[in-house]
Write a protein that binds this ligand. Structure first.
Ligand SMILES: [Mg+2]
Length: 323
């Protein structure tokens, strides 16, 4: 890109409303200078979104900017960390002013909500891809990890599951029916809600937490492996949105637990803490099962009969496929 193109791009990312006191020097020099709190650890996470792989090529720029930050903030939420700083590496086929303006709007809309300051970045020419790194603060004692789930703990989910996966399918195969429900599901795909406040409220209380990026089945599996435990999940308790129930295929529990990209939190709570903790949360949370001593992830119906998760359904909705 030419110097003037770089200047143009820089213009969109230096005009931001968030100015944190722990950023003595932000964008503009060779590196940012940051002042982390003395009593916290830094929680750091990075994610790359590639056009055509992680989002459809024709996704609106505002959604791309929003989601690039949202998926990273979701990882901080899953750690119980308080977000603070972000860096952005942007690879663009060309300097498109209108696209950049919309991208920046989406990015800073979410950054402002969570008091996140963009402190550095890089721009290169090439196929569209976005890498965002975020840093947050959490103490060692209160960080939410994957390895603390204990037999008897309840398993909980924020919000609803399956919406983004079904939204992607409807985005790729549009239909004229049920427009409101379709729009809701596509919005969930494009503008996921990182559950930052829930993560903060769970600090020092939840025995484990993870965010649902690759699907409940896969991500809860990571918790079970790390904790050396198993789980029973009651499929009739899964929180499904009314839009999802209206438009999902027949085996709707299977697609819901297989679909990625929801960015809800799945966490476990010791039985004695459930009532107190749930009362403090700012979004709907649903108890979907229990941690067991016997290993493995078991799906059960309302009569407690074990159900098989069809692997074909699993592949169908994963977010890792080209979109
Ligand atoms: Mg994660």
């Amino acid at each position: 890109m030419t110097c003037s193109e770089f200047d143009l791009i820089r213009h969109f990312f230096t005009e931001q409303s968030i100015r944190r006191t722990d950023v003595p020097l932000g964008i503009g020099d060779d590196a940012a200078l940051l002042s982390p709190p003395a009593d916290s650890l830094l929680a750091v996470s990075v994610d790359t979104l590639i056009a055509g792989i992680h989002f459809p090529l024709d996704t609106i720029a505002r959604a791309v900017g929003y989601k690039a930050l949202a998926v990273n903030l979701s990882d901080l939420a899953a750690m119980g960390a308080e977000p603070a700083w972000a860096t952005l590496a942007l690879t663009l086929p060309r300097a498109d002013t209108s696209w950049l303006s919309d991208f920046a709007q989406g990015f800073f809309e979410l950054a402002s909500t969570h008091n996140v300051q963009l402190v550095g970045g890089d721009t290169t020419r090439g196929p569209l891809s976005i890498t965002v790194q975020v840093t947050g603060f959490v103490s060692q004692e209160q960080a939410l990890l994957r390895n603390g789930a204990q037999p008897g703990d309840g398993i909980f989910l924020t919000g609803t599951v399956g919406d983004a996966g079904l939204g992607l399918r409807l985005y790729q195969q549009p239909s004229d029916t049920h427009c409101d429900a379709t729009m809701h599901l596509i919005h969930r795909l494009e503008f996921p809600t990182p559950r930052i406040a829930v993560g903060l409220a769970l600090r020092g209380r939840a025995s484990s937490a993870i965010d649902i990026s690759d699907g409940l089945a896969a991500d809860l599996g990571h918790v079970l492996t790390a904790s050396g435990v198993g789980a029973d999940i009651h499929v009739d308790q899964l929180p499904l949105s009314s839009a999802y129930r209206l438009l999902a295929p027949e085996n709707n529990w299977q697609t819901a637990v297989s679909a990625g990209d929801d960015y809800e939190l799945c966490f476990t709570l010791p039985a004695g803490l459930e009532t107190e903790v749930l009362a403090r949360l700012d979004c709907p949370c649903t108890r979907i099962g229990e941690i067991t001593a016997s290993p493995g992830l078991r799906w059960r119906d309302a009569n407690d009969q074990q159900l098989a998760l069809d692997n074909a359904g699993f592949d169908h909705f994963t977010s890792r496929k080209p979109q």
